[in-house]
Design a protein around this ligand. Sequence first.
Ligand SMILES: Cc1cc2nc3c(=O)[nH]c(=O)nc-3n(C[C@H](O)[C@H](O)[C@H](O)COP(=O)(O)OP(=O)(O)OC[C@H]3O[C@@H](n4cnc5c(N)ncnc54)[C@H](O)[C@@H]3O)c2cc1C
Length: 258
Amino acid sequence: MYIKTIDFSKYSSIKVGQPTEVMMLEKRDVIPSDRYLIGGANNLLVSPTPPPLMMLSKDFAYIKEEENMLEIGAAIPTGRIVSYAKKNNIAGFEFCSKLPGTLGGMLAMNAGVKEYEIFNILHSIEIEGKWIAKENIEYGYRFAKLSGIATAARFKKKEGFSRELLDSLLGLRSNQPHDPSAGSAFKNPENDYAGRMIEEVGLKGFQKGDMQWSNVHANFLVNLGEGTFEDAKYLIDLAKEKIFKKFNILLQEEIKIL
Ligand SMILES: Cc1cc2nc3c(=O)[nH]c(=O)nc-3n(C[C@H](O)[C@H](O)[C@H](O)COP(=O)(O)OP(=O)(O)OC[C@H]3O[C@@H](n4cnc5c(N)ncnc54)[C@H](O)[C@@H]3O)c2cc1C
């Protein structure tokens, strides 16, 4: 293991945070239990006082094929998975395009687009050296109960990368804001949409400092330039409070606040 300083105002997708020391884990390391693991920081909001952090080094960034299985290291960015699948005519990973992050982050969040979710195509996950079949993992909408750090995952190989599916998914996502964000701020409650509720309580487009509930899609908290953690947290708490008052529903954050 070694220490690397990561500037979260540049590294995180929402461009909030400061230079912070992160422990980089290598293949042979024993994984510390007192540190929070991050992936590509596309679903994170880093405070001025985050917990001690760690990250998988490039030792965990590989793709290999064995018989009918594809094994992917958890540090691999989603973009690389899609280009590998395309090049080798493998089906099932089309939805990972434009879903920013690493495989590890996708597994932990059961990330997905519409009906396509990573757990749909998953076979098993390597958690701290032990392979665990999907059937033995509890998972649901934007959630998976991993018993530790995912270092790799296996997928049954299926032939037939679909260019059409890729194109239609890419088209789908054009209603998302282009300003820096961490994706959806809240999970959708059952039978409703967090974005609709944020709109209903009048917060679509509402701004504090340089942070804003996006005009394009209200469930995206966007950074218009110099947005801070405090501004973001203020807007999150404000939306939760207003929505609770109006709908009696307590929204759950999808983004992880560190
Ligand atoms: C513009 C934009 C659009 C987005 N659209 C979508 C969308 O449509 N659907 C969707 O599902 N998400 C979406 N997201 C969110 C994001 O893409 C996913 O949550 C992604 O999986 C995050 O991956 P990451 O590597 O950046 O994880 P991080 O943000 O770094 O971490 C997220 C969580 O995963 C955990 N984690 C990371 N690596 C591992 C590991 N190896 N083992 C165990 N836990 C781990 C972290 O501890 C943390 O709890 C969007 C984000 C952005 C910025």
